[in-house]
Design a binder for this molecule. Sequence first.
Ligand SMILES: Nc1ncnc2c1ncn2[C@@H]1O[C@H](COP(=O)(O)OP(=O)(O)OP(=O)(O)O)[C@@H](O)[C@H]1O
Ligand SMILES: [Mg+2]
Length: 317
Amino acid sequence: MDESSADAVVETRGLTKRYRGGQLAVDALDLTVPRGSVFGFLGPNGSGKTTTIRMLMGLIEPTSGGARLLGLPMPRAARSVLPRVGALIEGPALYPYLSGRDNLLRYDAADPTADPRTRAARAAAALDRVGLGAAAGKKARAYSLGMKQRLGLAAALLQPRELLVLDEPTNGLDPQGMREIRTLVRELAREGTTVFLSSHLLDEIEQVCSHAAVMAQGRLIAQGTVAELAAGSRGRLSVTTPDPADAVRVLKEHGVTDLVVLEERVTGELPTPAPDPADLNAALVRAGVRVRAFGAEGASLEDAFVALTGEGFDVAG
Ligand SMILES: Nc1ncnc2c1ncn2[C@@H]1O[C@H](COP(=O)(O)OP(=O)(O)OP(=O)(O)O)[C@@H](O)[C@H]1O
Ligand SMILES: [Mg+2]
């Protein structure tokens, strides 16, 4: 771990965790999270996301390999690094008999770098930011799963941080709550915080992240900008026509593959680089194909994921 990219906020090299039971949870992970990014750490249940995050935060020791946070080795530099990092990790620990507000005050008091004079104001601001202002006085044991999640997020926001590490931040939230958290994440990124968030929801990553890494069974399958990852798979074309056989012939001539005819609908995979859809449409019309509807869908991260793993989004064994 001597070399590190100057602007990587998180960097791992060969990061590996084998649990005592023998389970290889994270397998030689090389991750690079650029400063200023909203980085999505995507993978199905059991793919090693939380294990990776625990190693990043110095909560568990890697079996081999290493991780740098803000350019410093973890867990060795934990004391100087962790005050600059806010984290929300699976199942935040709460005092059930304290209110949400008092949980935050207690949490903040445990942080030696936190200024007690601004504590109450910072806690109130953090509660407002996550939409818990009205429920701040309620006992944490009476919080719903989504409210607990919001409180955990508020704890991560008590101070301005260079990096936020959020393990499934929208877990347990309703659609409205998920939207709120996505908006908050974008806001934080605009303020200059790098956000590393894990999720098993593809569309969530697509909506909020600039970069992503895809995990499956402890291994990194791909990482890059979301646009790069999506471009790694091809878009699909769909033509509705009463002349499907002619349409297939013309589309084939233009490099479209995997053609499927379903009654009057022909779909196929666009070649890379993708031709201009207008040209394809014109070619069909020139060949006498009566085009009733024509659509070319850009590649999505979901297409890319399926192409990368060759499977759906199932739980790892
Ligand atoms: N403390 C542990 N001891 C033994 N095995 C564990 C432990 N924690 C996790 N594992 C195993 O390691 C693998 C990765 O688990 P991990 O919790 O990191 O996945 P995840 O991607 O966070 O999943 P999820 O989306 O469900 O939160 C799984 O196979 C899991 O069963
Ligand atoms: Mg997890």
